[in-house]
Design a protein around this ligand. Structure first.
Ligand code: VAH
Length: 315
């Protein structure tokens, strides 16, 4: 059966690149991207629709128009912005998901992808090699909403046999689309500032180790998860997924290998530090490796090289 995909939240950091990969895989005519506002740029062959995922009747009309076989729900408010607008973050992250889950039942959607985050872990979760199952006491509304969303996904799978799949993304590093209000955004800002001004004042402290993943790995891993036979999927909340972990000091040293005059400094206070301090330093993703052969390809050196090579001509 021909696949037809609707992606909601396609203008974001992950959505924009995942949509490109899905178009090349399934054909542009079979990938309908949507978001709450027009994208900055789009090609002739791309299908785009304005949609507010909280407007269930509009979403239903979109499903009726395109009759999707798969839905990717990427619309969300991330950790840092969520702390400024907690009620909006909860509303978008949870009611948006509920709208999609309920319409997926009504339209018999074959597969759904919904991203969670390592933000579901908290100060009492293990700090190193945080495992798939452990204490999860998120301190951000983003993490609370993603943890609740994971429970909803598992519930809809077990109660209605909905094939919904999910990944707990670490911080995602990319150069094509600006990040959207996350705590890990420093790992992107640092490259832009290093190339523009030769210096960067980091909003996280030098030794704040966080799990990260390069966009190419994130997109490939997501498609590999969605391609896997359903019987191989043992996790129906959300898979831990890791690429690498590093601190601001470590990525600064890696940048200096290419830009020797780069100067790193650290701000005295930023509210995102408390969020970062509540998150794991590294992740155990053995379930993803065992269930669907997940394997990251990019390390800190290759990420740094690729980011600088591509941003050099784009900043
Ligand atoms: C954020 N980039 O910082 C997101 C991500 C693990 C972090 O979920 O909120």
């Amino acid at each position: 059966m021909k696949e037809r995909i609707i992606m909601i939240g396609a203008n974001g950091q992950i959505g924009s690149e995942l949509a490109t990969a899905l178009r090349s895989r399934f054909g542009a005519e079979n990938v309908i991207t949507s978001d709450i506002r027009e994208p900055h740029a789009s090609r002739e062959d791309e299908i785009f629709e304005i949609i507010n995922v909280l407007d269930k009747s509009a979403l239903k009309r979109l499903f009726e128009k395109y009759k999707p076989t798969q839905v990717y729900l990427l619309a969300a408010m991330l950790s840092a912005t969520g702390e400024k607008y907690p009620q909006k973050a909860w509303d978008l992250n949870i009611n948006g998901l509920l709208n999609v889950l309920d319409l997926a039942l009504e339209f018999d959607i074959k597969k759904i992808f919904w991203p969670s985050s390592i933000a579901v872990f908290g100060p009492h979760s293990p700090k190193q090699n945080t495992d798939q199952y452990c204490v999860m006491d998120p301190v951000s509304i983003y993490g609370v909403s993603k943890l609740a969303g994971e429970r909803l996904c598992e519930y809809y799978h077990h109660k209605y046999d909905l094939d919904i799949r999910s990944i707990r993304y670490p911080g995602i590093i990319s150069w094509k689309t600006a990040p959207g209000g996350g705590t890990t955004d420093y790992a992107i800002d640092i490259f832009i500032e290093a190339l523009k001004h030769g210096q960067y004042a980091c909003f996280l402290s030098a030794n704040t180790a966080l799990p990260m993943l390069y966009m190419e790995d994130a997109v490939r891993g997501t498609i590999e998860l969605m391609d896997a036979p359903s019987e191989q999927i043992s996790i129906r909340s959300s898979y831990n997924l890791a690429g690498l972990s590093f601190t601001p000091a470590e990525i600064a040293e890696e940048i200096k290998k290419i830009l020797p005059n780069f100067e790193m400094s650290y701000v005295d206070y930023d509210p995102r530090q408390a969020i970062a301090d509540s998150w794991p330093a590294s992740i155990d993703d053995s379930y993803a490796r065992n269930d669907w052969s997940w394997e990251p390809k990019f390390d800190l050196a290759s990420i740094t090289e690729d980011m600088i090579a591509n941003l050099k001509t784009n900043v």
